[in-house]
Design a protein around this ligand. Structure first.
Ligand code: IMP
Ligand code: MG
Length: 177
């Protein structure tokens, strides 16, 4: 199997502009609170680090790692907790920072997991969403971009752990060789 980036969907400058807008929106909405921005590793790592630097109010962060794809492009039906949070979220205003909402299974698992820990509030900030692929209804409070049903890489998103360092977001095509 040979893969290549077939088309650039979002350029780095476009992403940067939108991330700045999301940061400004969150800064306004969470004024006088101390939001806790949870990064879902590894896909959201770049988005999260850019986003928090565009938020102008005090905040705290944490990291959680889940895996659901096992390296391929298709959902395997299982969400697996690889690394839990370091700190409790009881009573906190949590913002989950995700790279992409596809079928919705991963975020559904995370909402259920976090709910049990009794945060004061939970909101979702996702860079990307593929609404046409949804299997579970998901409310995205802060969304970067809606994208079509295609497998994308770059700006943190991977194919088999590669392409995370590609600064733009591109559509990956797979070809038999
Ligand atoms: P969901 O559980 O189907 O919503 O999938 C969410 C997770 O699958 C994301 O956090 C990504 O890690 C991964 N994912 C879904 N679509 C893509 C894609 O187009 N490129 C790379 N990763 C993806
Ligand atoms: Mg992910």
């Amino acid at each position: 199997m040979k893969e290549k980036i077939e088309k650039i969907l979002l350029k780095d400058v476009e992403i940067k502009k939108r991330v700045k807008e999301l940061g400004e929106e969150i800064s306004k909405d969470y004024k006088n609170t101390l939001p806790h921005l949870i990064c879902i590793l590894k896909g959201a790592s770049i988005f999260h680090s850019d986003l928090i630097r565009n938020i102008t109010i005090p905040l705290t962060i944490d990291y959680l790692s889940v895996s659901s794809y096992n390296g391929g492009t298709q959902y395997t039906g299982r969400v697996h907790l690889v690394k839990d949070l370091d700190n409790p979220i009881k009573g906190r205003d949590v913002i989950i920072v995700e790279d992409i909402i596809d079928t919705g299974h991963t975020i559904d698992y995370l909402f259920k997991l976090f709910d049990l820990r009794k945060p004061k509030s939970i909101k979702l900030c996702s860079l990307l969403s593929k609404p046409s692929r949804r299997e579970i209804d998901v409310k995205i409070d802060y969304l970067g971009f809606e994208i079509p049903d295609a497998f994308v890489v770059g700006y943190g998103l991977d194919y088999d752990e590669r392409y995370r360092n590609f600064p733009n977001i591109g559509i990956l095509s797979l070809e038999e060789d």
